[in-house]
Ligand binder design. Structure first.
Ligand code: MTE
Length: 323
């Protein structure tokens, strides 16, 4: 993500991002993925994966059977690269959050389901996971910062959560919320971000067959820095929509405002569908860098998933679908 300090009348002062963050980001973009080769901590990837397995009471469910329907046009990104190149602003605003994110306590972990539902409820993550049938899916992930990865997620379709949550017919959106705990997440002590991290989907998006809740990746429980114990994966949207470490699903008739939209709505909107022809206000979205390979490829409309999702947006031409 990349939010710069705007003039006073464009964004409230308390929401502006300090300059050092912006300049760090620019330095990273200039350096490109070659900086990864120098990243400290890559050697500890195995340790992170081992920790994920050890501390997770559902570890016996992995690896889950792969769903062969969702194929890739590129190799899966190396796990060592993926687990050391993350956006998790609750911990810090660099890509190097793996070590800090280990402070997150992921058990016990309770998911709250409320708002426009037949019956509000709370469910422990292990009970929820065991009610679902886990499957593996390979998806592409396109960050708004113009880099991409390919990941083997494990989890269950969001549609199964809808069956469990029983939203009312009048619900139009689902609002998702990340944990809030300043004692473990130093980023949450930074008051210029409107914590907690929020994201939202329409009910049609939530019910789409691609919309996935990941509990694992690379054949084992998901690493903390990737959003343990439960994160969203919506591969046709820019990565910021795929909220990590979710604690709450609220069904509502009001469009939720995500953290990035609250910070800078001119650049990070509600829809955030991938479109190579619509540049971000400060950079092109035409191509993407495949992290870990140095390769640059053209970006595809809806990140290549149009056959699954384009219909959702047929009658929404007046919306800012591409930001
Ligand atoms: N969710 C939370 N709670 N906090 C974050 O900072 N970053 C988002 C998204 N979900 C983020 C988040 C962004 S910008 C991206 S690109 C993806 O997570 C990154 O996921 P990854 O680190 O697994 O690649």
């Amino acid at each position: 993500m990349n939010v710069i300090r705007r003039r006073g009348w464009e964004i409230p002062e308390r929401l502006a991002t300090p300059e050092h963050y912006f300049f760090n980001r620019r330095a990273f973009i200039a350096g490109g993925a070659s900086t990864l080769a120098l990243a400290p901590g890559l050697a500890s990837a195995q340790r992170v994966a081992d920790l994920a397995k050890l501390s997770d009471p559902t570890a016996d469910l992995y690896p889950a059977k792969r769903n062969a329907k969702y194929t890739l046009d590129r190799p899966i990104t190396d796990e060592k690269i993926n687990t050391h190149y993350n956006n998790f602003y609750e911990f810090n605003s660099s890509k190097d959050v793996a070590e800090q994110a280990q402070a997150l306590r992921i058990r016990p972990w309770t998911i709250k389901i409320d708002g426009m539902v037949e019956k509000p409820q709370e469910v422990g993550i292990d009970d929820l996971i065991r009610k679902m049938t886990l499957e593996e899916r390979t998806y592409r992930h396109r960050c708004v910062e113009a880099w991409s990865m390919a990941i083997a997620w494990t989890g269950f379709p969001f549609a199964k959560l809808l069956d469990f949550a029983r939203p009312l017919g009048s619900a139009k959106y689902v609002r998702m919320e990340t944990f809030m705990d300043k004692s473990v997440a130093p980023g949450q002590r930074q008051p210029w971000y409107p914590w907690p991290y929020i994201e939202g989907l329409t009910m049609a998006e939530a019910a789409n067959e691609l919309t996935f809740l990941a509990t694992g990746a690379y054949g084992h429980p998901i690493a903390k820095q990737m959003g343990a114990p439960l994160r969203l994966a919506v591969p046709w949207k820019y990565g910021f929509k795929s909220i990590k470490s979710v604690v709450r699903f609220t069904f509502t008739d009001k469009r939720p405002k995500g953290l990035w939209e609250a910070l800078q709505s001119s650049e990070y909107g509600f829809w955030a569908n991938v479109n190579p022809k619509v540049p971000h206000p400060r950079w092109s979205q035409a191509t993407e860098e495949l992290i870990g390979t140095g390769e640059r490829r053209p970006t595809l409309l809806f990140n290549g998933y149009g056959e699954y999702v384009a219909d959702i947006y047929k009658n929404l031409q007046n919306e800012r679908l591409w930001a």
